[in-house]
Ligand binder design. Structure first.
Ligand SMILES: [Zn+2]
Length: 73
């Protein structure tokens, strides 16, 4: 008398709760995307670092352009 359906519903809810979240590998990806690495000295900068600051690092430290130190940025 409807008991079977009720039990199935309960099981479904439990499965939902035990579903893996998978946030660990995702956060690792985000971590990698967070920095800009100088190809010359391997110093890392936050992805939010402004272009002028990268330019300054490149010219002051290496007498290069930021494109040479940070290709793709
Ligand atoms: Zn550098």
């Amino acid at each position: 008398m409807g008991n079977g359906a009720k039990a199935a519903q309960k099981r479904e809810r439990n499965a939902d709760k035990n579903a893996p979240k998978g946030s660990k590998s995702q956060s690792k990806v985000n971590e990698a995307a967070k920095s800009i690495i100088c190809q010359v000295c391997r110093q890392s900068f936050l992805i939010t670092t402004r272009a002028p600051a990268l330019e300054e690092h490149a010219s002051n430290k290496h007498s290069k352009t930021s494109a040479e130190c940070f290709p793709g940025h």
